[in-house]
Ligand binder design. Structure first.
Ligand SMILES: [Ca+2]
Ligand SMILES: [Ca+2]
Length: 89
């Protein structure tokens, strides 16, 4: 019982730490999908991101798409880039 409570508390602390770190890391990541660093995501940059996600281009073509730094572009990273293209970074 005590052990179970400890594990739950530990999971909660871990989850909060991850959330805090991701919130802190977000500004440092800059603008997801902004290949040329001009503060906006253009259509050609979205196309580059899709090409990388499909394996038709190397990630080095636009590293800012890889928001979590895992070496590949996931659907959530493409969506983040589309949102940045529609709004502001
Ligand atoms: Ca750009
Ligand atoms: Ca990624």
């Amino acid at each position: 019982m005590l052990c179970g409570t400890f594990i739950t508390m530990r999971s909660l602390v871990l989850a909060c730490s991850v959330l805090a770190l991701s919130a802190m890391a977000r500004p440092a990541l800059g603008c997801v999908g902004d290949c040329n660093g001009d503060g906006a995501v253009a259509i050609n940059e979205l196309i580059a991101g899709v090409g990388i996600a499909l394996g038709n281009q190397a990630l080095s073509a636009c590293p800012p798409f890889d928001a979590d730094g895992n070496g590949s572009i996931a659907i959530n990273e493409l969506i983040a880039a589309v949102n940045n293209a529609l709004g502001a970074c």
